[in-house]
Write a protein that binds this ligand. Structure first.
Ligand SMILES: [Mn+2]
Length: 262
């Protein structure tokens, strides 16, 4: 049983299917052929790229196909997934004193055709995504931030808080809470990064944090064309998995070491 993660796809559907095909998870028809493998996306399926809705639909279909053969496909909630969702239901909810949800979404690569095509079924699927997942000892989350602990002190508490936030669609809170997931670099800090990572793993469990959100080229100063896999840092307690598709990097399905694969 293998475990794969994919960082922020951001609407780059073709790049995502290419990556999944070369990992042997989908076939030439884009159908699941990964058997009992597990595949987790790290959030931000939409915005920036050409076909965010196509990416949502791909993940949903693979989720079904994988489940039918004992595999698993999942996704954790990203800030862009929240912004797209919020742009449909609470567009005027303030994110800051001067910006609303739909303004922040539009300024950060929001695509009008994605918003138009976000029907209730797709939106409900987004609302049901977990924010944090512990699988095979890996703590999967979207953003490299300690802000998750402001939503709860256990995985269940955090996920329930996000779920309620999505379902309630309360314009007073939605934007401000979404903003918490804009935060980043909490594990990169020279003094506190390792301590932060260790603390989060102690509270929520797991041996390594795996995140998207902050691209490897921007975070580590690497040319996008040279990024061909994840980046470990903070004494290897943290893995950065966002290769930076919107910067021109390729999409990579990263295989994580599991007891079965070791
Ligand atoms: Mn992102």
């Amino acid at each position: 049983m293998a475990l794969y993660v994919v960082g922020d796809v951001h609407g780059f559907l073709t790049q995502a299917t290419t990556a999944l095909r070369s990992a042997g998870l989908i076939d030439h028809d884009d159908s699941w052929c990964g058997g009992e493998s597990k595949l987790w996306f790290l959030g931000d399926l939409t915005d920036r790229g050409p076909d965010g809705i196509g990416v949502i639909d791909l993940v949903r279909r693979l989720q079904q196909e994988a489940a039918e053969v004992g595999g698993q496909v999942g996704c954790v909630l990203g800030n862009h997934d929240m912004l797209l969702y919020g742009s449909k239901y609470v567009p005027d909810s303030p994110v800051s004193d001067v910006r609303s949800v739909i303004q922040v979404w539009a300024l950060n690569g929001g695509q009008e055709h994605d918003l138009k095509a976000l029907d209730d079924s797709r939106a409900r699927w987004l609302a049901d995504l977990p924010a944090v997942v512990l699988i095979e000892g890996y703590l999967l989350l979207h953003a490299d931030t300690m802000a998750y602990l402001e939503f709860g002190k256990t995985l269940d508490e955090i996920n329930t808080t996000f779920h309620d936030l999505m379902l309630k669609r309360d314009p007073e809170h939605f934007g401000y809470q979404t903003r918490q997931l804009f935060r980043r670099f909490d594990f990169l800090d020279r003094d506190q990064g390792v301590n932060n990572a260790r603390f989060l793993l102690t509270v929520l469990g797991g041996k390594q944090i795996v995140h998207g959100h902050s691209t490897i080229p921007e975070t580590f100063g690497i040319s996008p064309s040279l990024v061909d896999g994840p980046m470990l840092y903070a004494e290897d307690l943290v893995m950065s998995a966002d290769t930076g598709l919107a910067l021109g990097a390729r999409c990579v399905a990263i295989e994580l070491e599991t007891k079965a694969s070791a």
